[in-house]
Write a new protein. Structure first.
Ligand code: CTP
Ligand code: CA
Length: 227
């Protein structure tokens, strides 16, 4: 692998990225999940690699194999949390683009659940998964931590609350649920909310271009100030 770029803005930086939605087993053949495709996470991985970074991706979707990233495969939120906890101490930047399932079935069945004759409904008890970003607070040193807020309403208010609650340096307020941007499509848009209160709007574009804009913003607005 030969980097064909002169952009070395992230040279020497160890960048950890999470990508894709997690899946929580209901039984051996069914799961609870979401529409996250991992495209934004992998676009960030490419952008970081082309900016000279050493890239590790914790991914719930297959690796595209077009950049030499270290890949850790995960399925559940618990596995994602364990991998992030293990790799975060040896990282300089974390981009948390994954969409972890917030809840998991309390008692996943060992065997495939069968419908009963005449059964009209079924109930599933879910228990809350840990908040991975919030759980990193005790391990935080100088790492730059970037989160994504997936919202269908009150985008900026909800994103701002998450920026503070999760102690982030930057959150990407990301409208989801539409057909032109967000989960499982090739385009995205959003607003960058920085911890210092400044904002930057990212208009609708490909996830690749948006990832490059996010990496550039992190470099100029946060990283350069610390070097
Ligand atoms: N996140 C996390 N651990 C979770 C859930 C989310 O670390 N258990 C991270 C996501 O990867 C993302 C950010 O937190 O970077 C915001 O995720 P989002 O789903 O938008 O927010 P939640 O805090 O889960 O709140 P809600 O889904 O209720 O809006
Ligand atoms: Ca969530």
């Amino acid at each position: 692998w030969q980097r064909q770029t002169t952009d070395q803005t992230l040279a020497g930086q160890r960048v950890l990225i999470t990508a894709g939605g997690t899946r929580e087993a209901i039984d051996p053949v069914r799961f609870i999940g979401n529409h996250s495709s991992g495209k934004m996470g992998w676009a960030l991985a490419r952008a970081a690699y082309w900016a000279g970074a050493e890239v590790t991706v914790i991914s719930s979707v297959p690796a595209p194999m077009d950049i030499p990233a270290k890949v850790v495969a995960v399925t559940t939120t618990a596995e994602l949390q364990a991998a992030v906890q293990r790799l975060f101490p040896q990282s300089d930047l974390l981009f948390m683009a994954a969409a972890p399932a917030d809840f998991r079935p309390a008692h996943p069945a060992t065997n495939k659940i069968k419908k009963q004759p005449g059964q009209a409904e079924m109930q599933l008890t879910l228990v809350k998964n840990p908040d991975i970003l919030a759980s990193l607070k005790p391990q935080r040193r100088q790492q730059i931590v970037v989160g994504f807020a997936a919202e269908t309403q009150q985008l900026l208010t909800n994103a701002q609350a998450k920026l503070q609650a999760k102690d982030l340096d930057l959150i990407v307020a990301n409208p989801v649920g539409g057909t032109d941007s967000g989960f499982d499509v090739d385009q995205n848009q959003g607003t960058l909310l920085f911890a210092d209160g400044s904002q930057q709007t990212l208009p609708l574009t490909s996830k690749e271009v948006m990832a490059q804009a996010i990496v550039a913003a992190v470099t100029t607005k946060i990283l350069d100030g610390r070097r």
